[in-house]
Design a protein around this ligand. Sequence first.
Ligand code: TYC
Length: 101
Amino acid sequence: MSDTDLKAKPRAKAQAERPRLYKVILLNDDFTPRDFVVTVLKAVFRMTEGEALGVMLTAHRKGACVVAVYTKEVAETKANQATEFGRSRGYPLTFTTEREE
Ligand code: TYC
């Protein structure tokens, strides 16, 4: 067997990397009405009434709640849309994004 036979072959193709994911996080505040938070969660994040109620109550009790996980652009677009929905009604309702580890 010659030297060249023992050399590792270069990889045919590097594996495509998975895109990083970003969490959308709902923050509690003292002013936005509970039913409005539920309405926003249903409209922007396509949640059922029960899912939206659960997320709203977790944020209300613990201060914040993860709403969903998306690629960066989708997470930022939805967080901005949902926050803007609240602002358009004069509420401080806030959604942020955070990169997943
Ligand atoms: N804490 C608000 C209230 O008592 C309701 C609320 C819940 C607001 C969750 C924001 O992310 C939130 N009216």
